[in-house]
Ligand binder design. Structure first.
Ligand code: ZN
Length: 343
């Protein structure tokens, strides 16, 4: 072990030498590498968590740079997928850490494979639908996960330890429909909120890995921490487990069983943006497509994705065929753009 690197953590009684060894042997999955996930990834990498599985569907944009840790102007200029950019930076920060970058939309088709094998799963997502899905997968496989959310100056964290305390479904039995709640694009956010929430999530994960004595009876698992940084409100609420909960009580995993629709289309947070995931197998030859599209518009591409800007049409296409169509009039318009320009 590189004891010099970890000397301050080893000196901290909560971790010690034995705790540091556990961290180096541990595996963590981070779902979403935005304002929360990028900070969590950097903190856990510096702390010496040995294996980080990094899942995110997006690429680095300029609007990310005000909050999201590690990413640089160069990443945004090159439109690197966040999973790749994060893995690149972690390799420079700490060579002890093995990363597994996954550029994908996390959904019912892949969530179980992403969480299996992890000692703990961290929520870096930005929507309730995905958290409900993470919850089902983690409860089903008995894997602890840390819920975290941040918007404007408000945030919340709750560790969910299957079998020891309430699950996410116990506290959010009805997932709000998209559009029913504010998003960071509409309500804004300051980086201090997301950094604080991310740090609390990362601390809870480390406690689970090293085995915090105070948490042995699942003490932290039934506490919901909420903060309002603008008004200095910090609140801890005890949450009861719902014994009738279909997920943690009865083992009914409705979202996992529902699976995904074929040829999935998803409206995104930014108005007019749609994600399309065609029901096809295999990889797209981005080089060949870039050549064809460059005759009718501006094309920028790297090994992972292609960006096209033409007259009234703008999209990003990933190697697996997933595309984000911008400025579409509606879902049907997004579909026709995909068919016309990508095939
Ligand atoms: Zn529950």
């Amino acid at each position: 072990m590189d004891t010099e690197r970890y000397s301050r953590q080893i000196a901290f009684p909560g971790i010690g030498f034995a705790g540091q060894e556990k961290l180096l042997r541990s595996s963590v999955t981070i779902i979403g590498l935005g304002a929360l996930g990028s900070v969590i990834a950097e903190e856990l990498a510096r702390a010496g968590v040995g294996n980080l599985r990094l899942a995110d569907r997006d690429y680095v944009e300029r609007s990310n740079l005000a909050r999201q840790a590690m990413y640089t102007e160069k990443d945004a200029d090159e439109q690197l997928p966040k999973a790749i950019a994060a893995a690149n930076h972690i390799a420079e920060i700490n060579p002890d850490v093995a990363t597994e970058p996954i550029i994908a939309d996390v959904n019912a088709s892949n969530i179980e494979s992403l969480v299996i094998g992890a000692d703990v799963v961290l929520d870096g997502s930005d929507n309730f639908e995905l958290r409900a899905l993470i919850n089902e997968a983690c409860v089903k496989h008995g894997i602890p996960w840390i819920y975290g959310g941040a918007i404007a100056a408000d945030g919340a964290v709750m560790p969910i330890l299957p079998g020891k305390g309430p699950c996410f479904h116990c506290i959010t039995p009805t997932v709000p429909t998209p559009g029913a709640y504010p998003t960071c694009a509409t309500a804004g956010i300051i980086n201090m909120t997301s950094h604080t929430i991310a740090s609390i999530e990362a601390a809870e994960a480390i406690k689970i890995i090293v085995g915090n004595p105070g948490d042995e009876a699942g003490k932290g698992a039934s506490k919901y921490l909420s903060i309002d940084l603008w008004n200095n409100d910090f609140d801890v609420t005890d949450i009861e487990r719902n014994s009738d909960c279909p997920v943690c009580g009865k083992g009914i995993y409705a979202l996992l069983e529902k699976g995904i629709e074929e040829d999935m289309l998803l409206p995104l947070c930014t108005a007019g943006s749609f994600q399309i995931m065609p029901d096809t197998q295999g990889e797209i030859d981005l080089n060949a497509l870039a050549e064809r599209l460059s005759a009718i518009g501006r094309v920028l591409h790297n090994p992972y994705l292609l960006r096209f800007d033409g007259e009234g049409v703008s999209f990003n296409l990933f190697r697996d065929g997933r595309a984000v169509i911008r400025n579409a009039r509606d879902a049907a318009d997004a579909r026709s753009i995909y068919a016309e320009y990508i095939g």
